[in-house]
Design a protein around this ligand. Structure first.
Ligand SMILES: Nc1ncnc2c1ncn2[C@@H]1O[C@H](COP(=O)(O)OP(=O)(O)OP(=O)(O)O)[C@@H](O)[C@H]1O
Length: 268
């Protein structure tokens, strides 16, 4: 069994031919580890998760899932792969008209034919793992943002995934809920032996719980990668700007655009 669970090998991708979103990206996500992909808004992090899930094919390069080349045209393969991965979407994306219990039960009812009594036990175990067994009967409207994120985490874990992908797991959370969620991601990873992959722009929160991190810049480029300690020690100006959140530096603030004068019709 290889140590690499997911491999992104020289992947280039654009939603259309007019703009490259991922530019010659190579990454490896080791089995059983927590890896962070960090980058500002729009640099292609979510797109990368879509390619791993086979939603879109790479224009160039390969995505390998546990030794198997991901082929977005092979529906049977995609079904098998998706059965092995859990996804925590930005802001949790819970069903607001269902109870906490029914949200976590949803993937079990949808993807298995387990009897309801067993589903009940699994749901209560998953909720217990995130400290919310007592909240099972509540409606989603009755829970806080931090609780909602933990419920979404319990739902993502419902089918015992081997890979868990987190899209901005800390978005919109207060600092305490952020810390709770981060610790939970690490604990669940270690308790289940799953491989965790997290995309985020919260550098320090991710560094606190990641084994390894990739930094991405606009234009879908990997700027640097290493352990959090290595990246924190880096003298590279781009890496330092990124980690310290400095407004000025080599990473551009502006999305590519024509000149202001041209846009305002002022050019000669
Ligand atoms: N379905 C789509 N069709 C066309 N363009 C898209 C699509 N989804 C995203 N994009 C574009 O691809 C670029 C990268 O988006 P992506 O969501 O991967 O970035 P991100 O790094 O995850 O950003 P954020 O943190 O804001 O979610 C953006 O410029 C976005 O406008």
């Amino acid at each position: 069994m290889s140590d690499t669970f997911i491999e992104i090998d020289r992947v280039t991708f654009g939603y259309d031919s007019s703009r490259i979103i991922l530019n010659d990206v190579s990454m490896r996500f080791p089995r059983g580890k927590v890896t962070a992909i960090l980058g500002g808004s729009g640099c292609g992090k979510t797109t990368l998760l879509r390619l791993i899930g086979g939603v879109y094919p790479a224009n160039q390069g390969r995505v390998v899932f546990d030794g198997e080349l991901v082929d977005s045209r092979d529906k049977a393969q995609l079904y098998r792969i998706r059965r092995r991965l859990g996804m925590l979407f930005q802001f949790g994306a819970l069903f607001t008209d269902l109870s906490v219990f029914d949200n976590v039960a949803f993937p079990l009812r949808e993807h298995t034919s387990l009897p309801e009594a067993l589903i009940r036990d699994i749901v209560l175990m998953k909720l217990n793992a995130v400290g919310l067994r007592g909240a099972a009967p509540l409606r989603i409207s009755q829970v806080s943002g931090g609780m909602a994120r933990r419920i979404a985490l319990a739902r993502a874990m419902a089918l015992d995934p081997e890979l868990i992908m987190y899209d901005e797991p800390f978005a919109g959370l207060d600092p305490i809920s952020m810390g709770v969620t981060a610790n939970l991601i690490r604990r669940l990873n270690d308790a289940t032996g799953a491989t965790s992959l997290m995309v985020s722009h919260d550098v320090q929160e991710c560094f606190a719980i990641s084994d390894y991190a990739y930094l991405m810049a606009p234009g879908g480029r990997v700027v640097a990668h290493g352990t959090p300690e290595e990246l924190n020690r880096s003298e590279d100006p781009e890496v330092r700007q990124f980690i310290r959140g400095e407004p000025d530096g080599p990473i551009r603030f502006h999305y590519p655009a024509p000149s202001m004068a041209q846009d305002l019709g002022l050019s000669a």
